[in-house]
Design a binder for this molecule. Sequence first.
Ligand SMILES: N[C@@H](CCC(=O)N[C@@H](CS)C(=O)NCC(=O)O)C(=O)O
Length: 334
Amino acid sequence: MGLLVDGRWQDKWYDTQSTGGRFERSQSQFRNWISADGSAGPSGEGGFQAQSGRYHLYVSYACPWAHRTLLMRTLKGLQQHISVSVVHPLMLESGWELRDDFDGATGDSLYGFKKLYELYLKADHNYTGRVTVPVLWDTQQETIVSNESADIIRMLNSSFDELGVTAGDYYPEALQADIETINEGIYHDVNNGVYKAGFATRQDAYDDAVEALFKRLDVLEERLSKQRYLVGNTLTEADIRLWTTLVRFDPVYVTHFKCDRQRISDYPNLQGLLKDIYQLPGVAETVNLAHIRHHYFRSHPTINPHGIISIGPQLDWNSPHGREPLGKREIVHV
Ligand SMILES: N[C@@H](CCC(=O)N[C@@H](CS)C(=O)NCC(=O)O)C(=O)O
């Protein structure tokens, strides 16, 4: 675990001293956008036109942010157009490593780099900041298009549509305002909330995080008792963003991050949503529980110094989800 400072790797844990025991996530720095015609997106520079075989995703199966991008790649049928490298599940003193000595880890097929920070240095030899997954890489300009999952899933959702990918718009214009509102609460209280609880180094910081987390889950549970998905009966990116946290909750966050007031399996509607999306074609293959559990339990020595992996709960994600009576799944066509 560490970061690059002026292009040099430093092994450092998150600093929560200066923030009253609170974990604060830093902002992603590469914010360009792939677009259908190569024009610039909402941030960064242009020049990244959607083309089959040009882009490569570096992900961790363990990471919920990277998982969003894998899930969107599957839902949009982009597997033949965008290739993937999977890092080793452990993230220790050298950060993410491109080793292939763990089932499912691929190494680096593009450059043979051993550490993910080498890729960041190839994009910017003076880079200062955290070395995070996911990374969307351009093999033509040999640089990072984006290392922000929220942006990457939007590019995958719409920029490659002319390549004949699977139909479906997960950020349809008519629903964008609702999606943004839902995303905001879920990001702070749930996606990042579990990390704020788990990495807190003071009781009050932990208390605030878990209180907000379970309050938000209660609200979402109630919302999902009346409609199939978070925004009506249309599966949207809001569901995708919540889902990658739901999947990790019972096998990891309950014990490792002390999010133990309730399990997702104790919430019928959240558990139903989890199963509904898990059972979509190709989705289960994006979930690698060995990577997820090895990563968290073995990569955070400050909260689990001996790296013992808990026995884990029995999971039941293939049984009927029972969500059909709430409404038929609607797909918005582009
Ligand atoms: N805002 C980023 C966050 C990505 C992120 O924090 N990824 C974690 C893995 S779950 C990571 O790579 N952490 C390494 C570090 O913080 O040094 C995104 O959503 O893409």
